[in-house]
Write a protein that binds this ligand. Sequence first.
Ligand code: SAM
Length: 287
Amino acid sequence: MSVLPKFVQNSAGSCWLTENERENLMIRYRIREVIHEEQSAFQHVMILDSYDFGRMLVLDGVVQTTSMDGFIYNEMIAHVPLAFHPQPRRVLVIGGGDCGAAREVCKYPEVEQVDLVEIDECVVQVCKQHLPEVSGGLSDPRVRFLYRDGVEFVREMKDTYDVIIVDSSDPIGPAEQLFSYSFYEHVQQALKADGLMVCQSQSPIFHADVMGQTYRNISQLFPITRMYTAVVPTYPGGLWSFTLGSKTYDQPVAGRVSGKDTRYVDEGIIHQCFHLPVFIKQTLGEG
Ligand code: SAM
């Protein structure tokens, strides 16, 4: 590592990625090797090999997913909504360039088409090449890779998808609009009459404002709105929230996740994840 990339510094003979999460919080990861670094048209993209979390995808200095804990997030954002829909045939993933969510969706034989709408082709290519633990080198013929802005894409879609998964990065830069009310309005219209959606709604501890606003936005658009959580160690605070909006289905279908070769999700998790701690219910005005 003769020339260190942006966001990686030398300190006492070792290399560290310093994630500036907030004004008063920095998270540091010791780095074994810089596998890939480039500035794409949209963001700074790195694959790093870290000591504790294995390989990690880092966008604009922020850890997105790792070979150690990526399966928790990706299974939770994919299997929970798919468990609610009795017959998901067409699925849209917005963002999700690490391919982990789409890879989980492909475990359902009844899914005929997965559209992965990612703004930055570079993320998909580097994850396929350098992060196989997350991407699985995704090459399922049912997946259509569309390199476009997800905000524009959903505006053009009406009554098309059974399930929409919004797997976005944090609400800054190109992902900012993926947290807006008007975006969710278009997501609602892009779903079929019995469709449902899920999005990652940030940390209940550090981003309670974004989480609460996302829940309120989705509640205004969908008759059934449910929040669930999981612990993802590399996300600030660990505890992470997801918000599901459904037009019709309000319960997971029994047995949907069995035999899906998962490492985190099972039938028990699908039910328990909706049981929210008191402070989250209070943030949502339901405590
Ligand atoms: N699991 C991760 C997390 O919570 O941090 C995020 C997964 S994924 C890497 C997020 C992806 O969203 C990125 O690859 C980014 O390029 C993509 N993205 C951001 N804004 C987008 C937009 N407007 N349209 C489509 N994709 C977008």
